[in-house]
Design a protein around this ligand. Sequence first.
Ligand code: PMP
Length: 391
Amino acid sequence: MSVTDTLTRRTDFPGLAGGWHYLDSAATAQKPQAVIDAMSAALGKDYATVHRGVYARSANMTLAFEAARRTVAQFIGGREEELVFTRGATEAINLIARCWPKKGRVLLSVLEHHSNIVPWQLNGWQVDVCPLTADGRIDLDAAEAMLTPEHEMVALAHVSNVLGSVLDVSRAAELAHRVGAKLLVDGCQAAPRLKVDVAALDCDFYAFSAHKVYGPTGIGALWGRADLLDAMPPYQGGGAMIDKVTFERTTFAPPPQRFEAGTPAITEAVAFAAACDYVSAIGLDRIHAHETALVAQCRALLGARNDVTLYGPEDSAGIVSFMMDGVHPHDLGTILDEEGVAIRAGHHCAQPLMEHLGVPATARASFGLYSDETDLAALVRGIERTKRIFG
Ligand code: PMP
């Protein structure tokens, strides 16, 4: 069976109209009509504020907002009282880096996105860096040797946004817990392509962004164990996060509201849930199988060329990073754009990983549930044309 036969949902996505070959889903995914419709209704006929209205429209919107929290939590196997809406994965990681009561040592890895490096630095953590295996996975044997009882936190990407390598989260959790540390998983690239069950993975925090799971920008989620969230002070101050305010003393609401100061991203939350529903209806197992087939085909097509270097393991999830000999990824990306093919070229917010790979940038093709063989064929045509231009 061809890749195209297993799953093709292009017509659900107005952003793909006109035959555009979108290979940048790891940056952000296109939106299905169901998400656009949910957002439009929430901004239109259903619009009202949440949590304070005495009128029916607001009460209904509050129900929809809290139902969205439940849907998003269940999407990753969690419970609604453990699900904090944030602006995205970046804010979720910043929240933990800032609010975790003890800023001790944190173990990161070479392949982390800047959003899982800089927040720890900004908040005074002592950062240790776990190396990678030769094929680009986080080396958990090395992590085991590095971890000490001084480590408060281990924070690792579930799927690398550059290499597509997949972390063995359960083992990382076991290693972290053995020394008394907590495990925060950056699930940005995993949530759109792997079935996530935070209970089975045994992690302590899980962060991801709606816009990568076919939902809107401006919202994401931090899942955390109830007892851990409960022990943390607020992130920001304002409305909605309080219990009682006086000028002498303010007491705070329990989680998740404690971490959600101000009027929340109401319409985005409703659309986020619509995206989770859309993805769940297709099934992450199918999406994963589909993307795995595309990665295998892409790696075979590019790997057969003598002018392309591939990065990352064979079984990478939905993402293929590569370099064309003698062609800067930006030039490749520009020529591909003329062919109607969108890839990402650059450091992918992972400069330490680029340094490790010894390159300033890579070209990256990343897939979504709507990607198919025509995208791969267009990519190869564009690479051929680039080769002709660069001689
Ligand atoms: N971590 C990873 C692995 C990512 O790919 C990204 C987005 N490129 C982020 C974190 C940050 O996500 P956001 O910008 O949506 O907060």
